[in-house]
Design a protein around this ligand. Sequence first.
Ligand code: SPD
Length: 385
Amino acid sequence: MKNRFLLLTWLLVMLVVAAQCGGGAAPQATEAPPVATEAPAATEEAMATEEAAPEPELAKELYVFNWADYIDEELLTMYEEETGVKIIYDTYDSNEDLLAKLQAGATGYDVIFPSDYMVDQMIDLGLLAELDLNNIPNFQYLADFNKNPAYDPDHKYSVPYFWGSTGIGYEASVVDPPPDSWAWIFDPEIVCQYQDGGVNVLDDERELIGAALRYLGYSLNDTDEAHLNEARDVIMAAKPCWKTFDSAGYIDNLMIPGEVVLTHAWNGDVFVAAEENENWTYVMPEEGGVVWQDNMCVPASSTRKATAEHFINWMMDPEHAAQNTNYVWYPSPVEAAKEFIDPEILEDPAIYVDDETISRLEWIEELPGDGLSIWDRVWTEIKAQ
Ligand code: SPD
């Protein structure tokens, strides 16, 4: 009897222990092999105010595919040192370049940076993974202006990385008077005066044809075939006076004396060149240009989504986001980063674009299928001749 009582007691104790240890443990992320992690400071901060998401097990490597000249690479080293995750970093030249790679079946990428309209297009094509914003607590620091964009209203697939505008960059000691219109790029009588100094245009279908459409008084998103043919003809007339179609290496060329004096440009890139040569100036033409937002997304094919989300969150830490802006001169969508951003950047209305300028700008939107094929035909004609 006493033995039976002891056996029963022992069985009870074992049952209680089993209930406490087994079955209740959270499932581990499948991304093997795990590496040691340390919670970044801002994540800890966010955790203090909100329900903390468990730290994910991180993959050994992360493949990051970004626009050229679009990150302070020291941040990549910092992330590697803090987490032990090795970053394999590569760059592309345009949204269409990125799309072509993904459509060709490239599966290695974990974090990509498509612009607004391309996020829309990639969502429709099923190329993006849904994000879990619980894993991106620094999302709370986003500015209202950058939140809930039309191309992904609930941020199911994207979080903003940088935003900016597209206009004209010029070397003020050579280009005189200062440009105030797209005529400085498209009117042969004006642009050919700078042919010897060197003129560059962005090698970017939506940007270049879009700028020609604005010059003609049309929308950037026009799909009228006659208007697009007009834009092509404007481009073809100016093209002999352009030296390069370059969106990737052009910052370096702006810094080399005698290479380029006038360029179609993304705002931040001109300010980076101005660090080398203070005569570089950026202006928005009177006809208006583009306002855009680039985003951090995870391709549907990524096998390291938890690590990708961890990296995205880390990049959105206010101090990291500010360090990035201080390096690339693009405005950060992270509102809380502002206290760490150089006042020279923060107070420049050509970088943190003011409301009056924004009212003259247009977002590039995803084109309907038949419109896109007209654009592609026009682009092929422009590049072929
Ligand atoms: N140096 C790369 C800058 C990328 C800027 N964003 C591109 C927006 C395209 N619409």
